[in-house]
Design a protein around this ligand. Structure first.
Ligand code: HEM
Ligand code: SF4
Ligand code: SF4
Length: 520
């Protein structure tokens, strides 16, 4: 499993780096898969409403009405139909890539099990909605799907052939069938919206709108596709004939050839196994972080300011009633179930102050495995070995390139769970105590931080638009930020080398400016 994940991660990392160059990190579709899923959903919903106005739910009328929408008003109805089809396909494609990517990023276990688990009904419902949509057209493909699906369902002893008996006999097939299909095709997507809402319950500030440029480009792509290759039906269904050849939609219908090849029983077995594996995945080895390593609150240092709760990307902190009698209204309370130990809350806490005495450096909230005090000790240790005019302290996120491999005579590199974990006061500390001439923050990827908001909050804190702000006295030119995925080690190396050169030049200029020294 780990091997598969590593291979997938590498593949995605290369793909992301390539797409960063084409789309820029801000508009890279791989960083906005969930949001794109929502965009496709809204396109499907809007075009679906239009199509429904002209759709006749009768047995013979269904096919005719779809044909009339497609050809009678090709300029609008036809385009709407094609948009409906292609946006539905886009939703499946997006969902599959989104699922694989979350898996490769290991974002499906621990506290994230819930979001993963709720993806399962989303998956099933998208398929149920899509398949029922094909059914509604009532052409040869619909007939094939109807027969194959009912045979598949009828294989279950509890159903025992009743569906095929009731619906697929020419004498008995009636409008009830279509009413059922229409109901499914409308009700399932509506309910899907509710399930998607549940899907996002444990994600703080979920991104559900893609950036405008990406959204516009996606809509344009759908439109162009709809015009140059409009969606069409096959000849009307005829239950007296057995369809011999049907063109399949490989997004929604890849399971159908399997029914023919493996048989219904085997496909049921595969479906059940796949579902069980999907559910069990978050608990299968190798097990990683456990709740024991969640952030801990130290009430003696918590003043109830709520910055940690605002910055936590996983809604893992609630502000509760004060329990220690100190004169504050609230206190931070961490849910060990939801915390992924990213440390972003430590970066947000105003009490994570390295200037405090060593015995006092216990912030209001801290990570047991990477406590702020130990981080300061590591900074001192690392700084001791540095020499030269351009000593640099790199703080590298553990999801980015392996920063410690950069370490050398002039460079010290420390790994932290997320760049968002580093309180700005630590940068001030390194520079003002002259432990290094420059600080580099190396985060995973500009378009998408592994911990969702780590990079965003860091940028805002440095720009002094979010608390805790970097103090004004800190020379901004001595700080470099590099957001690059793990496969882009060369970007980090190149930027660090350029930054070192810049610091060296500055050191030389400062020496020249000093009277006496310049004359030497
Ligand atoms: C149409 C289908 C889907 C849509 C629209 C959708 C949408 C989203 C959105 C908007 C996010 C939040 C992204 C962010 O702001 O960081 C998200 C997160 C997530 N989704 Fe989906 N999703 C869909 C299907 C699925 C499926 C099938 C799975 C697979 C199990 C899945 C697994 C996840 C996971 C694990 C996360 C959490 C990532 C994290 O905690 O950082 N999603 N999804
Ligand atoms: S940021 Fe620190 S001081 Fe503020 S509520 Fe959270 S733990 Fe307490
Ligand atoms: S470490 Fe802090 S910010 Fe990260 S999930 Fe836990 S409580 Fe939230």
């Amino acid at each position: 499993m780990s091997y598969l994940k590593r291979v997938l991660r590498m593949a995605f990392a290369w793909l992301e780096a390539g797409l960063d160059r084409i789309f820029t990190p801000a508009c890279n579709p791989l960083y906005h898969l969930g949001a794109l899923g929502f965009l496709y959903y809204w396109v499907v919903a809007a075009t679906g409403i239009y199509l429904y106005i002209f759709f006749d739910t009768g047995l013979t009328e269904a096919h005719d009405s779809i044909e009339s929408i497609t050809y009678g008003q090709w300029y609008l109805g036809g385009v709407m139909r094609s948009l409906h089809r292609y946006a539905s396909d886009g939703m499946v494609a997006m969902m599959m890539v989104h699922m694989l990517r979350e898996f490769s990023l290991d974002r499906y276990r621990g506290a994230r099990w819930f979001t993963w688990f709720t993806g399962l009904p989303v998956l099933w419902m998208v398929y149920a909605a899509g398949i029922s949509g094909y059914w509604m057209v009532w052409d040869r493909l619909a007939q094939y799907i109807a027969i194959a699906t009912t045979e598949w369902l009828d294989w279950l002893p509890i159903i025992g052939g009743t569906i095929a008996r009731n619906f697929l006999n020419p004498e008995r097939l009636d409008d009830r069938f279509f009413t059922l299909m229409v109901f499914m095709h409308i009700f399932v997507p509506l309910f899907l919206l509710f399930v998607l809402w549940i899907h996002l319950q444990r994600v703080t500030r979920p991104v559900i709108h893609p950036p405008r440029l990406l959204a516009g480009g996606t809509l344009l792509m759908l439109l162009v596709l709809s015009v140059i290759k409009p969606a069409e039906s096959q000849p009307p269904a005829n239950l007296d004939l057995v369809p011999s050849q049907v063109g399949l939609d490989w997004f929604y219908l890849p399971a159908y050839p399997l029914m023919d090849i493996l048989g219904n029983g085997a496909l049921w077995g595969l479906t059940a196994l796949g579902t069980l594996l999907f559910i069990a995945l978050p608990w299968l080895p190798p097990l990683r972080r456990t709740a024991a390593k969640a952030a801990v609150v130290d009430l003696a240092n918590c003043n109830g300011c709520a910055r940690c709760a605002e910055d936590c990307p996983y809604a893992a902190i609630e502000m509760g009633r004060r329990t220690d009698g100190r004169p504050f209204d609230r206190q931070a309370v961490v849910s060990t179930e939801l915390c992924v130990a990213c440390g972003i809350c430590v970066g947000a806490c105003p009490t994570a102050m390295p200037f405090r005495r060593a015995s006092d450096l216990i912030p209001g909230i801290d990570l047991p495995e990477t406590p702020a005090r130990a981080l300061r000790d590591r900074i001192h240790e690392a700084a001791e070995g540095l020499t030269g005019d351009a000593r640099i302290m790199v703080f590298g996120c553990e999801h980015s390139y392996d920063a410690p491999t950069l370490a050398g005579r002039e460079i010290a590199a420390l790994r932290i769970p997320c760049v968002g974990m580093l309180p700005p006061a630590f940068i001030d500390y390194v520079l003002s105590r002259r432990l290094a001439e420059g600080v580099v923050l190396a985060g995973c990827s500009e378009g998408e931080c592994h911990n969702r908001t780590g990079i965003r909050w860091t940028v805002d804190r440095l720009a002094r638009t979010r608390d805790p702000m970097l103090r004004k006295r800190v020379p901004r030119e001595r700080i470099e930020t590099v957001w690059a995925p793990p496969v882009e080690g060369w970007t980090l190396r190149r930027r660090v080398a350029a930054f070192a050169e810049q610091l060296r030049r500055r050191a030389a200029e400062e020496t020249d400016d000093r009277p006496g020294e310049a004359a030497e």
